[in-house]
Each structure stands twice: as C-alpha cells, then as structure tokens.
Design a protein around this ligand. Structure first.
Ligand code: AMP
Length: 395
C-alpha cells in the first residue's frame, strides 16, 4: 500500500481527491472548516516537495449544476488555511480544466468545480474518470468520507495510475486507526457501542466479537438486550424483532470469550422531552409510561471501571439522548472515562454516525487519540468491509 512518503512530488502534479464537503451558511461562507484543515498535511507535503496540487471534491448533493454548491465558495478558505494562492476552475473536466492544470506551476493549488455537477461521478463512469485522470501525474486519495463509494474520483480513476497512486496522510491515518482497534492494538481491547438501534449495528457487533475482549452496549439499543434477558423496560426504545438476535449475540460473545457489559440502571423519563419528569431506575424494572433515556449513576461508574482496564478503545454511538441536556450526562461521563484512559496511555478511536457530533459537542475530540472523519466509511470498515476507495489504491 503506497502512501505519500513513497513519492517525491518535485515538478509533479498531484491529483488529489479530498473531502471538502463542508457546511456553508446562507452567505455561502464555510461554517466548519475541519475537513479542509484535515487535508492540510497532504497538501503541504506535495507543495514542500516542489509539486503542485489539483484538488477534486464534491460539495453537497447537487442534481446537475447548482451555483449554491459551487466549490468557488470555498476557494478563499482553502487559500487561508493552506497559505498558498488558489486558482479555481469552473468545471472539473474539459478543455478549461486541462488548460488550467497544464499552466499550474510548482507550489500552486488548483481547485476543480464540484465533481457531482456531472452525474458520471456518482455512477462511477470510466470515461469521466479517464478525463479526470488527465489532470495530474500522481493520484492521491485523501477522502476517507467517500472511500466507501465506488465513484469515478474515489475508485474508478485509480486504474489510470497503475503505479502512481497512493493514500494521502489523512486516509493513511484513518486506515491505521481502524487497524489498531480491529487488529494490532494492545490488549485488552474494548468496543463501546451505543446509539439508537441494534438493527443498524448488527454487522458491526458480529464482526467485532472476533476482535475485542470487552463490549459495552449502551444507549437505546441496550433495551432490546434487557428485554431479551427478561427485564421490564416500560416504554423504552425496543426492537421486538431483534430479541432473538440479541440473545444469539450474547451467546456468541460467551463462546468467543468476550465480556459484554450492559447498563444496570437508567435515568427514566415520563416523556421524550428535555422537560420530562425523571427518576433513577433499575434497568430491568422500568414502569409503564416511563422510558430510559440516559445511563444511570451505577452504570456510569461500572462503565468507567471497564474503560480504565482497557488499552485499546473503540467508541461508536452515544449512550443516552445526548441532544437533550438532561440526558447528556451519561455520554459526558463516558467521554470523561475514555479521555482519562487515553491520558493513561490507551489508544482511543471515536467514529461512525453520531458519535463524532457528540464528542465534539462536549469537547472530547482533543482528549481522545483519534476522531474519524468518515461516518458511513467508518461504519462499513467496522463491519469488516473492504472499502472500494481503499481497495483501488491497495490493488
Ligand atoms: P446512532 O446513529 O445509531 O449512533 O444513534 C444515535 C442516536 O441514538 C442519538 O440521536 C441518540 O439520541 C439516540 N439514543 C441514545 N440513547 C437513546 C435512548 N436511550 N433512547 C432513545 N434514543 C437514544
């Protein structure tokens, strides 16, 4: 698997797939530049070698050309962050793009227009990928967020660079972090799975049972397990059609020597609302008319002890309805535990779906080892799938 460090970019044009799908406000200003910042190490390496960068990305979900989703709105932000003059070209293929790429000098950045203005991007059209491939000498994929899609610029294009293709710094780091939690991390290893539903995490659980020593199941999905074990869960979230599956998962875990930790108490509420009346309750005896919305104090302490024993930690999914202030404390406590374990030398990876929003909201993003930049791509990696964007470089 080639990385950036396998190439010297002097006088070369790096054609880089980045994920600059950033949020814009009504004045088309970038409101969160995290994704641009995340690509900086890759761009700087190419520029410092004496090369130039041709940047391709999608922005939003345009249906055809949509001025509101033009990458011209973010060119200034890229220039600010990278500190290099940025040239924008109003199409990602065609004569204008070819001419702009040809004129590009070492040390310069060219930003192509939104790839998804062409429907051939998402359909993975080979001729379109070939046109894109004319714009650079070395193909670099640094877009983890779209690595699970076999789009023209993320996957199909790689075949036009049989030797000259590599992962960018960000994508390499994502792959290393996933490998650490699934393969190479120091033991004991722990996966914390929270969030709403068992059904959306089944494949992850099944894949992970072969890799970890401990599994914490929290949040909405824990109630299906509690009911499966004979508990009374009141009006809590439950997937009745997954009860058998929950029992099967517990059996599989036992056979594989994985210790499963399920909440013992919960904060229950008489309404799905921040202003509901609340009580602390044993998780196996929730009265009718009440629902469990956050981990209780005994659970927080018990999860803390599990987290502190482990040297490699994966965290996916909040363990309560963190969007409501009164039900965020369990997730905050768990974030504190994971941060403390990290400070003591554990490796911690947070990623997939809503987890990133939760850790950022409570400021844990600086206190864990790595926060993944890809929601869907991380979930599919944890399910054990080989992502097409990664396979295309590795082949
Ligand atoms: P996911 O996308 O599967 O990680 O689920 C995240 C969602 O799970 C968040 O929106 C949380 O509000 C929700 N969640 C966590 N705990 C509970 C719970 N006890 N009851 C209902 N929803 C929950």
């Amino acid at each position: 698997m080639k990385t950036l460090n396998d190439f010297n970019f002097k006088n070369k044009k790096a054609l880089i797939r980045v994920d600059f799908n950033v949020p814009l406000n009504e004045n088309f200003q970038v409101t969160d530049a995290t994704r641009i910042q995340a690509a900086k190490p890759t761009l700087i390496k190419v520029l410092e070698d004496g090369g130039s960068c041709v940047l391709m990305s999608h922005l939003g979900r345009p249906k055809g050309v949509d001025e509101g989703l033009s990458l011209k709105h973010i060119a200034d932000k890229i220039e600010d962050i990278i500190g290099v003059e940025t040239i924008f070209v109003s199409d990602c293929v065609g004569e204008e793009a070819i001419e702009a790429a040809e004129k590009l000098n070492p040390g310069e950045l060219l930003v192509l227009e939104n790839l998804r203005f062409h429907e051939e991007e998402k359909s993975g059209d080979k001729a379109f990928a070939e046109q894109l491939s004319k714009l650079g000498d070395i193909y670099v994929n640094d877009a983890f967020g779209t690595a699970h899609r076999a789009h023209a610029s993320t996957t199909i294009i790689a075949q036009f660079f049989p030797e000259n293709k590599c992962f960018g710094a960000l994508l390499s780091q994502e792959i290393k972090s996933i490998d650490k939690v699934l393969k190479t991390g120091e033991k004991p290893t722990l996966a914390i799975l929270g969030g709403a539903k068992v059904s959306s995490k089944i494949t992850i659980i099944e894949n992970i049972l072969d890799k970890v020593d401990h599994l914490i199941i929290g949040g909405g999905m824990s109630f299906t397990f509690i009911k499966a074990k004979g508990g009374t869960i009141g009006d809590s979230l439950v997937e009745n059609d997954k009860i058998e599956l929950a029992l099967d998962i517990l059996k599989q875990a036992e056979a594989k020597n994985v210790q499963v930790h399920i909440p013992v108490d919960v904060i229950i509420a008489d309404d799905f609302s921040n202003n509901a009346n609340t009580q602390i309750c044993d998780i196996t005896a929730i009265p009718d008319g009440w629902m469990g919305l956050d981990a209780g104090p005994k659970t927080r302490a018990f999860f803390h002890d599990v987290v502190m024993q482990c040297k490699t930690i994966l965290w996916n999914g909040p363990i309560g309805v963190f969007e409501m202030e009164n039900f965020a404390n369990g997730t905050i406590a768990l974030g504190n535990s994971v941060s403390e374990a990290t400070k003591k030398g554990a490796f911690s990876l947070v990623g997939g779906g809503d987890s990133v929003a939760a850790v950022k909201q409570f400021g844990f993003d600086k206190k864990v080892s790595y926060v993944s930049t890809g929601g869907g791509a991380m979930l599919e990696s944890l399910e054990g799938k080989v992502l097409p964007g990664i396979a295309a470089i590795a082949e």
